[in-house]
Design a protein around this ligand. Structure first.
Ligand SMILES: CC(C)(COP(=O)(O)OP(=O)(O)OC[C@H]1O[C@@H](n2cnc3c(N)ncnc32)[C@H](O)[C@@H]1OP(=O)(O)O)[C@@H](O)C(=O)NCCC(=O)NCCS
Length: 311
């Protein structure tokens, strides 16, 4: 086994995607998305990725980094994938990883895996414990009939796509950022999310190659943004991916989230895809109630694991 640093070339991203495809064909790597995440890392982030080779062939990938979506101090997120025929290398990879981590002295390691992946079992064997689970789920638009869900919007409220709003203006961007921060605080995650600073959010969200301003819907009352649901392009065939859906507390239980999701589904159909994917915390009853009613079908859960380390 030979471990070498990832060089961020197109060839290395292709090699990474090849490993991921062999290890988890149901969850292929979004190369453009991964490149965007890598490019928008902040300078204070820790980030190291390696390719694992055997007989000149790339058989694995290994990474440790500041958690992208929740960059809390002292925590590092670890990730590895191995081609099925190279699975026996996981012990050697773990030893290499621990040695690499020593200078950073993290007090916590995080990992995100699907419950049916071999990585899940391996991390548990290394002393990781579950923090929380999310359902990945898919709606097949070919078998979706919106008719039973359609209701009039509450008076004074309208739904508009981002493409029809002044989303290139900083004033509007700050209002959207505030809305997202407020809603993220209400997502029932096991630990409070550390929000990105505005400039980081601006670079990561608004220059995301998967951003689809025509499929990103806002609910407005006058000029005030009161709700959102967002569809992003996906590397999966025939698919759009849902980002955050949320409604301000003052406007909940008036059918707004449902109306936003219906509008997004209508857009997806017109856009020409068959599937909408989403991911929800298993404790998020309000959001799951809506998605279950619409007919989203659950896949194996995505599990967030953590391991405390002695500093
Ligand atoms: C989940 C959320 C978007 C729902 O928004 P909403 O506009 O209040 O939802 P709707 O009014 O469209 O609800 C439609 C139906 O969903 C179900 N539902 C919504 N909220 C519910 C709740 N708190 N408990 C149980 N069922 C709920 C109900 O069946 C409801 O219909 P009803 O009001 O006629 O009974 C909102 O609670 C929210 O913003 N939460 C915080 C952010 C979040 O967690 N987003 C999801 C992240 S993936």
């Amino acid at each position: 086994m030979h471990i070498r640093p990832f060089d961020f070339s197109e060839a290395d991203y292709q090699a990474y995607a090849g490993v991921r495809e062999a290890a988890h064909p149901e969850a292929p790597l979004d190369i453009a998305g991964a490149q965007h995440l890598d490019r928008t890392r902040s300078s204070s982030d820790v980030m190291a990725r390696f390719l694992v080779e055997q007989s000149g062939q790339v058989v694995g990938v290994l990474e440790y980094a500041t958690p992208y979506y929740d960059p809390r101090p002292g925590a590092l997120e670890v990730r590895y994938h191995l081609r099925p025929e190279a699975q026996a290398l996981e012990g050697a990879l773990w030893a290499f990883l621990l040695e690499q981590l020593t200078p950073y002295a993290p007090h916590e390691l995080l990992a995100q895996v699907r419950e049916n992946w071999p990585e899940y079992r391996f991390f548990l064997e290394q002393g990781f414990a579950e923090v929380e689970r999310r359902w990945e789920s898919v709606l097949d638009l070919d078998h979706f009939d919106p008719t039973p869900f359609v209701r009039p919007l509450p008076p004074g409220l309208v739904l508009r796509p981002l493409s029809e709003l002044p989303w290139q203006e900083e004033g509007f961007q700050r209002a959207l950022y505030q809305l997202e921060i407020e809603l993220l605080a209400d997502v029932p995650s096991a630990e409070p999310i550390t929000p990105w600073p505005f400039e980081v959010w601006q670079a990561r969200t608004l220059s995301d190659p998967n951003l689809l301003p025509e499929g990103f819907f806002l609910a407005l009352q006058g000029e005030q943004l009161v709700g959102v649901t967002m569809l992003f392009k996906s590397h999966r065939p025939q698919t759009l991916r849902t980002g955050l859906t949320g409604v301000r507390q003052s406007h909940r239980r008036q059918g707004l989230a449902l109306a936003l999701k219906l509008r997004a589904a209508e857009f997806a159909k017109t856009y020409g895809v068959r599937y909408i994917r989403t991911s929800n915390h298993q404790t998020n009853r309000p959001m799951l109630a809506i998605n279950e009613a619409l007919g989203f079908v659950k896949e194996p859960a995505a599990v967030l694991l953590h391991k405390e380390l002695q500093s």
